[in-house]
Design a protein around this ligand. Structure first.
Ligand code: HSE
Length: 427
């Protein structure tokens, strides 16, 4: 007797959707029965594509009684949020790659799915092709995870890598990345750190088993990183990366953020280049592990989406309560620490007048703000009789550092504060 095929409805047939369509063709037990697209007339780069599956009304997918699993690949909140809820109401399990929806509406959709005894899987939403959600939920479940440091956005990692390798400016590399199709025409979501913030919000929620509110996640993008900072960081033994991090302290406060960071050249993240993503986890009893791989792209992302579909498909019809370990199992919200209360090391680049006592003035301002210096470098005096001075501090309070920046801005010795970038603290 032939086994019943599992019926899939796809919403979205862009880059990822096409990869999912092509990959699912290899599985005899799975059948795509409906695909919702924005533009029915768009030419598709898919061999033997069955045009009859296409609709421009996604509600035809989420309400179709034949469909077992709805796969949402359009991103954003509206209409994805309502489509997913409608699909659940209509008895579908969900596979999604929608990181924004998970970060902003996770609590609501997971509660709704649980009330309706449906599962939502989302391996593709975080770090594309890297398996990270399933490992945290299952094989790493015995761990207390205390720290994540990750590179979760390929576009910004590509830009920073190119700036580092070519000595090119942020704007020049962004333009080149847009021409090559690596960066969007409106790059805000990537370069201002929103994309990475969505992803670390969900990762931290899973890792700490407490909900993280996106509005409490500190976010800073890469647009202010200068070629000169790259050079100075290199001279001091660092690379600059957009790091998404999450830490849980011993008092139960979570510190979740995204910002550029100087990472030691000896660290794993320093060697994650171009569009590659990586997630480093520290926990007990595992210790320290890093998973790295392609964070985006047609087939790497399809690998995660198809994996999720097959995981659900394998259980359909065999149990009344699918995949208990993959469900949302936390209700409590995490207490969060504000960025101004965090301890960090800093890289600071100042332009100063070429006067006697300037270095002393910098040291005094830092001392008055409770900041101890690890190093201070002035290489030469520039033609305009100013000097660029690079400071690395020891670990200090963010609020104290912000006070120091204001004092530098008021100092008669300092022309400008060029950059302030946090430095990875390995302790
Ligand atoms: N825009 C993302 C990136 C990929 O550049 O990594 C999709 O999450």
């Amino acid at each position: 007797m032939e086994n019943k095929k599992i019926k899939i409805g796809l919403i979205g047939l862009g880059t990822v959707g096409s990869g999912v369509y092509k990959t699912l063709k290899n599985f005899d037990n799975i059948e795509i029965v409906k695909i919702a697209v924005k533009n029915k007339n768009k030419k598709r780069n898919i061999e033997d594509f069955d045009e009859s599956l296409i609709t421009d009304n996604p509600y035809e997918v989420v309400t179709n009684p034949e469909i077992d699993i709805v796969c949402e690949l359009i991103g954003g909140i509206d209409p994805a949020f309502d489509l997913i809820k409608t699909a659940i109401k209509n008895g579908k399990h969900i596979v999604t790659a929608n990181k924004e929806l998970l970060a902003k509406k996770g609590e609501e959709i997971f509660n709704f799915a649980e009330e309706n005894n449906k599962v939502i899987l989302y391996e593709a939403a975080i770090a594309g092709g890297i398996p990270i959600i399933m490992p945290i939920k299952t094989i790493l479940a015995g761990n207390e995870i205390t720290k994540i440091e990750a590179i979760l956005n390929g576009t910004t990692n590509y830009i920073l890598t190119k700036m580092d390798m070519q000595g090119a400016s942020y704007n020049d590399v962004l333009k080149e990345a847009q021409e090559l199709g690596y960066a969007e025409t409106d790059p805000t979501g990537d370069v201002e750190g929103f994309d990475a913030a969505y992803k670390i919000t969900t990762l931290a929620t899973l890792a700490f088993k407490k909900r993280i509110k996106i509005e409490n996640v500190y976010r800073e993008g890469i647009t202010k990183v200068r070629t000169e900072d790259m050079q100075a960081a290199n001279d001091l033994g660092y690379k600059i990366k957009l790091v998404a991090s999450a830490k849980m302290d011993e008092n139960g406060y979570a510190d979740v953020r995204v910002h550029p960071m100087l990472v030691s050249k000896d660290s794993t993240l320093a060697h994650i280049d171009y569009v590659t993503n990586a997630v480093s986890l520290t926990g007990h009893p595992i210790g320290h592990i890093t998973l790295s791989g392609p964070g985006a792209g047609e087939f790497p992302t399809a690998s995660s989406v198809v994996g999720d579909i097959l995981i659900i498909a394998a259980e359909l019809g065999k149990t009344d309560y699918l995949l208990p370990m993959m469900r949302c199992n936390h209700q409590e919200h995490a207490d969060m620490i504000d960025i101004s209360d965090t301890q960090n090391k800093y890289y600071l680049s100042l332009n100063a007048k070429n006067n006697k006592g300037v270095i002393g003035n910098i040291g005094n301002i830092c001392a008055e703000c409770n900041i101890s210096l690890e190093s201070i470098v002035q290489k030469n005096v520039l033609e305009n009789n100013t000097a660029n001075i690079t400071v690395i501090t020891e670990s200090c309070l963010e609020r104290d550092m912000q006070n120091a920046v204001r004092a530098f801005q008021d100092s008669k010795f300092i022309n400008s504060v060029n950059s302030l970038i946090r430095v990875q603290n390995v302790l």
